[in-house]
Ligand binder design. Structure first.
Ligand code: SER
Length: 877
């Protein structure tokens, strides 16, 4: 076999199928356009609508061919332990949507394998689905001997992308790497877990559409979906044992060798780490390039886990500084040409990775210390679930990581115990949030009963503010009741309601239920069970009983304000993406009648200019008065229309879309204005960080925006009046005032100091004594610090020309200080400040020293000051 690089194989495959009439198409994003899938894990994902005949390929193409970037983490535990499992890999594929089928596909696969790539036919093995005799016959006709064909079951030879959707039986092609790679078992054959028979190509005959109930509905046409693992084929064509020794991955393994100073092949443990670092860093770089950011849920969590796992492995090899970006540089160099998005997003990836690594690095060290302590005190060989939970909750260790770290020391983790702790925490969080509202949890059972008896509540509030309704259930203090009378509060369920129940960040409606005899005020509306709307009411007069007919009216002006704020969040979402980039995703929101809050993913602080631009763009869209149209549609067609879905949200078959004409389409069940100008004006009141890679804008609209601006203005006016300057000079004047205040404070301090020096000088001048040739002062000056004493020496010298030396003592907050100083002349005549301080310092239990001209000491015993000065006098006079 001729050596082929990864790039050669990629190109040979794609051009082979192009020559057969397939259209070469680009890889799709790792974020699938399909809320039922977390990540793109196969080449067929972008073609689901084609298999379902919702989309069609233009003539004259017979199919498509792609190289697809894929991330799969279902076998994360074995990645690195085998040579052929990867979390990131490239899949070469070709796809037919009702055109060519088995016969052509098998022939082409055989041709590409044996003629284009030159694989020896005797080393190829073929598996087919249990009863697929037709495919067996096709392989035989191509010259494959009987003993190179075998039948495998559902697990190996029936392929599905997920629980539902296009699927079908498949035939797989294996390459015999040689007996030396085998497990040696007499049963070893294609499908065995060992490394001998390497499955490199999967041909799926996509004939079915898997249904929710598990049945298989035939697809309108028979299709082909094939996937060849590029890294696996590279291993074959490069004659190496594992994917990690192929050109691209080996270069990444080399990055680790260089960083950690270890040699690949030296020891199984370090090899495992080097492999995992090489593999995971590709997933990390490509996921970020497609707009995924580390978080605690969904695909963000997959990314965080992979990143942390790689960091952890580096840590085990002695790396204690961020290092993953070294890999990204190499990935960009190796793969940037094929996937330019990793070049375009290099900076983003760099920043996200660095900030995540730094954050994790700090907790990693603390977490390891915690784990070391836990393990050293461990009895038995199982780490309790609570401790794994603490590592997760406090130190951010994914449980898999804890498990691996324990495994290294032969310790197991009680994963069930860990899961229990997680569930308890979730339950606590749920209870806490319910308690904060109202104890709906205690009503759960009742509400479920009502739902089962009466069915879901019909919500008519998208179009109506009022409705004629019938009471179907009542509850009070956790019990079902038949009626509520004046003064009583409880929960009311009706058959049809215009009241919007709190959902999707939008608060519940308030309003009133009335009939000729009774009035009940609604203080909140919630959905305690999916589909069941319950109104929190207080009966003001009369009596309300199950079966009563009532007139329901929401507080429409309040609802109108909520609608303005809700539509404004969609506009802000759009504007944030324009200004900050497409990585901005909604992470949460809150919409009430007087304000809104929008949380979004973003990896660094925003600038005031960016926030101003977001606000400007949002207001531009408001003023342009775009129609806001909400409509129901099927999830599939919403997806096809490119409507933005909230990730992590599970949608039913039918969804509601808010379409802001011309610029924003999002799935949303909330209530909205009918044209953007109804919002009037949106004002961002704050922008801040609310967690790792998570930021928040808060804003007000319409009259609340006006009230906010008025308040700002009146504060400013008041300040201007106080300052007696025109309104727009306030900041300049304030800056000036602050500056002069500072100057005055400095002056004041200086004056105080001068005052102190004068006082010291005065005290000292009373103690002048004569020495041969010069005068000397030995005195206790009272309260002063060392600086004060030195300044006093300068002042005294200036004032008293004949002064040759001083020995001064003082105390600062009970701590004694001594200073001795002399002029050069005095030193010439024998004065030595250092010697004096050395001799008398012990009297104040202190130490210090200096030169002949100046020396000082601080001490602990102020009561020794007099003794010190006496000693000085004795010594000097
Ligand atoms: N969808 C199949 C696979 O992923 C073939 O492309 O294996």
């Amino acid at each position: 076999m001729e050596y082929l690089s990864t790039a050669d194989i990629r190109e040979k495959y794609l051009s082979f199928f192009e020559a057969k009439g397939c259209k070469r198409m680009p890889s799709s994003s790792l974020i699938p356009d399909d809320p039922s899938l977390l990540l793109t894990s196969a080449g067929m994902v972008q073609f689901k609508p084609y298999f379902l005949q919702q989309k069609h390929l233009e003539a004259p193409y017979v199919g498509t061919t792609t190289v697809q970037k894929c991330v799969r983490t279902n076998d994360i535990d074995i990645i690195g332990t085998t040579g052929r499992h990867l979390s990131f890999f490239e899949m070469l594929g070709n796809f037919s949507f009702g055109d060519y089928f088995k016969e052509e596909m098998c022939a082409w696969a055989y041709e590409l394998s044996t003629e284009v790539l030159g694989l020896p036919a005797e080393r190829l093995y073929f598996t087919v689905y249990l009863d697929d005799d037709e495919t067996i016959e096709i392989w035989k006709k191509l010259g494959v001997p009987d003993d190179h064909i075998s039948r495998l079951g559902e697990e190996d030879n029936f392929w599905r992308a997920g629980p539902t959707g296009p699927c079908g039986p498949c035939s797989e092609i294996y390459f015999d790497q040689g007996e030396q790679y085998g497990c040696g078992s007499p049963d070893c054959a294609p499908g065995c877990d060992c490394d001998r028979f390497l499955e490199y190509w999967n041909l799926v005959f996509t004939q079915y559409d898997g249904q929710e109930d598990g049945t298989l509905a035939p697809l309108p046409k028979k299709n082909i979906d094939t996937g060849m693992g590029l890294e696996r084929m590279a291993a074959i064509m490069q004659g190496v044992q594992t994917n990690y020794e192929t050109d691209v991955l080996r270069s990444l393994v080399a990055v680790g060798e260089r960083l950690c100073g270890v040699v690949y092949g030296a020891a199984p443990e370090s090899d495992l780490s080097l492999r995992i670092m090489a593999d995971h860093s590709r997933s990390v770089a490509f996921m970020i390039a497609d707009g995924i950011l580390p978080s605690n849920e969904g695909r963000g969590y997959v990314l965080r886990r992979l990143l942390r796992r790689a960091v952890m492995k580096g840590h085990l090899l002695g790396l204690d500084k961020p290092f993953l970006n070294e890999y990204v540089d190499e990935i960009v160099r190796l793969m940037g040409q094929v996937y330019p998005e990793i070049i375009d997003n290099r900076e983003l990836a760099g920043r996200v990775i660095l900030s995540e690594e730094e954050r994790f690095g700090a907790t990693l060290r603390q977490g390891r210390a915690f784990l070391d302590e836990a393990l050293s005190g461990l009895e038995g060989t199982t780490l309790p679930g609570e401790q794994a939970f603490t590592l997760h909750d406090t130190y951010g260790f994914p449980v898999e990581v804890t498990r691996e770290m324990c495994e290294e020391r032969g310790i197991e983790v009680d994963v069930d115990g860990f899961t229990r702790c997680m569930d308890q925490q979730k339950a606590r969080a749920r209870a806490a949030s319910k308690d904060a509202d109202k104890a709906w949890s205690t009503y759960g059972g009742i509400m479920n009963d009502i739902l089962e008896e009466t069915g879901a509540t019909e919500f008519v509030g998208y179009t109506k503010n009022e409705a004629e309704v019938r009471v179907v259930g009542l509850a009070r203090c956790g019990k079902r009741v038949e009626a509520l009378v004046a003064g009583e509060s409880g929960e009311l369920v009706v058959d049809v309601t215009p009241f919007y129940a709190e959902k999707g960040g939008q608060v519940g409606d308030i309003g009133v239920f009335t009939n000729a005899e009774a009035t009940a005020r609604v203080t909140n509306t919630q959905e305690p069970e999916k589909g069941l709307i319950a109104h929190d009411i207080t009966v003001e007069n009369g009596r309300i009983a199950v079966g009563d007919e009532l007139h329901a009216v929401i507080d429409a002006p309040r609802r109108a304000r909520i609608c303005r704020n809700h539509t404004a969040t969609h506009i802000l979402h759009w504007a944030l993406r324009q200004v900050l980039g497409d990585h901005v995703k909604q992470a949460g929101s809150f919409v009430s009648e007087n304000r809104l809050r929008f949380d979004f993913t973003h990896f660094e602080a925003t600038t005031p200019e960016q926030v101003a631009e977001v606000e400007r763009l949002a207001n531009e869209k408001i003023m342009e008065n775009h129609a806001a149209r909400a409509y129901e549609t099927s999830l599939a067609s919403a997806r096809e229309a490119g409507v933005m879905a909230l990730f992590g949200e599970k949608y039913g078959e039918f969804v509601r879309v808010l379409d802001l004409e011309g610029f924003s389409q999002e799935l949303c069940g909330g209530t909205h204005v009918s044209a953007t100008s109804e919002i009037g004006f949106v004002k961002i009141t704050s922008e801040s960080s609310v967690g790792a890679n998570l930021r928040r804008v808060e804003a007000v609209t319409s009259f609340d925006a006006l009230a906010y601006m008025n308040r700002v203005e009146s504060e400013l006016k008041e300040t201007a009046e106080e300052l007696r300057v025109p309104l727009f000079d306030v900041s300049e004047r304030t800056a000036l005032n602050l500056k002069s205040l500072k100057e005055m404070q400095t002056k004041l301090k200086r004056n105080k100091q001068v005052g102190a020096e004068d006082r010291i000088a005065e005290v000292a001048s009373l103690a002048v004594a004569a020495k041969e040739g010069y005068a000397i002062i030995i005195a206790n000056v009272g309260e002063a610090d060392a600086g004060g004493l030195r300044n006093a020496w300068d002042v005294l010298r200036a004032r008293t020309p004949e002064l040759g030396a001083v020995v001064l003592a003082a105390r600062k907050d009970d701590a004694p200080i001594l200073l001795a100083a002399g002029t050069p002349e005095a030193v010439e005549a024998g004065f030595n400040a250092g010697a004096v301080i050395k001799a008398i310092g012990s009297c104040i239990k202190g130490g210090g020293g200096g030169k002949a001209e100046m020396a000082q000491a601080g001490g602990k015993d102020a009561s020794g000051i007099d003794a010190a000065l006496e000693a000085a006098r004795e010594m000097l006079l």
